[in-house]
Ligand binder design. Structure first.
Ligand SMILES: [Zn+2]
Length: 317
């Protein structure tokens, strides 16, 4: 049990002793969906240095309002399959064993995804995966239980650089947040990686893709903020990360700094605005999400929860 759970339980006991609630009612509340909500935005192939280069307003504002981790994921394999698997399991490829984009659901039986772990901890939770890259569905749709909702947005015809497909993915995310307020939502947007492959990580087109993706992030953040304003008892956290960078001429999978660069943005009530870390990386995402949603951590994790320690009400007594 972590500090947040201790606090929650202490408050629940206080409620039982001061309000006309039966223990059964309190238990029913404990099994309901959470007031803590997490949206995880995965931006394929994005380098934080390019966010700074184009002064992407939404991502820079999220960083300023939250915690920012910037680090290298070397010697991890800088390919989408291994990296998104690490984001969604909390273990490196040395454990889950995925080395490229040819993978099946088998690794997620041994190393359950964050979706599976959340549902095992609280069957009432609602989780969504909404992705441009269809192979995300292999991860989110695996295990028992799997994510509540798994969507692979179909490629828009005549959209080779994925501008429209990513926009459709973001629109689905906005709808999901607005209509369903899932406890955990993961989305994957792909066009920055596509621009890197077609034109290079040092190209004008890559920078333009960063600016476009920033606009889509802005729509998702606006949906979260509108929902949070209308439901002030809910505690919303937004996490943003990437799977790898790109060489200036395009491509990844190697160990150059442009490929191994990684970042995490974490904005919400459990993160201190303006703080930075040189070690907070994609491997910490799953433990952090579980901690935010009061689900247990697992010693198998290579990453750790990065939520700030709440004010210690017990020690001050
Ligand atoms: Zn790629």
């Amino acid at each position: 049990m972590n500090r947040r759970q201790l606090l929650t339980n202490a408050l629940a006991v206080a409620a039982v002793s001061t309000l006309p609630l039966s223990l059964a009612t309190a238990r029913a509340h404990a099994a309901a969906t959470s007031l803590d909500k997490v949206v995880l935005v995965g931006l394929d192939g994005l380098m934080y240095s390019r966010i700074q280069q184009v002064q992407a307003p939404n991502l820079l504002r999220l960083s300023a309002d939250g915690a920012l981790g910037r680090t290298s994921i070397a010697p991890h394999v800088t390919i989408s399959g291994p990296s998104w698997a690490t984001v969604l399991t909390g273990v490196w490829g040395t454990k889950h064993g995925i080395k490229d984009n040819n993978f099946d659901a088998a690794p997620f039986a041994k190393y359950p995804t964050v979706f599976t772990r959340l549902h095992r901890a609280n069957p009432a939770l609602k989780t969504h995966s909404i992705a441009t890259w269809d192979q995300i569905a292999i991860m989110a749709g695996s295990g028992s239980p799997r994510a509540s909702v798994v969507v692979s947005v179909p490629p828009v015809p005549g959209d080779p650089e994925e501008f429209e497909t990513d926009a459709a993915t973001a629109a689905e995310v906005v709808t999901a947040i607005t209509r369903f307020a899932p406890d955990f939502l993961f989305t994957h947007l792909d066009q920055v990686d596509r621009a890197g492959h077609l034109h290079g990580g040092g190209s004008r087109q890559y920078l333009d893709a960063v600016t476009r993706i920033d606009g889509l992030v802005g729509r998702i953040v606006a949906a979260v903020d509108a929902r949070a304003t209308a439901n002030p008892d809910e505690r919303w956290t937004i996490l943003v990360t990437a799977d790898h960078g790109h060489r200036p001429e395009g491509g990844h999978g190697g160990q150059t700094p442009d490929e191994t660069t990684n970042f995490v943005i974490a904005r919400g009530p459990s993160f201190t605005p303006g703080t930075t870390s040189s070690s907070f990386s994609l491997v910490d995402i799953t433990p952090t999400v579980l901690d935010l949603l009061n689900a247990p951590l697992d010693p198998v994790f290579d990453g750790a929860s990065r939520i700030a320690q709440p004010i210690d009400l017990f020690a001050s007594r």
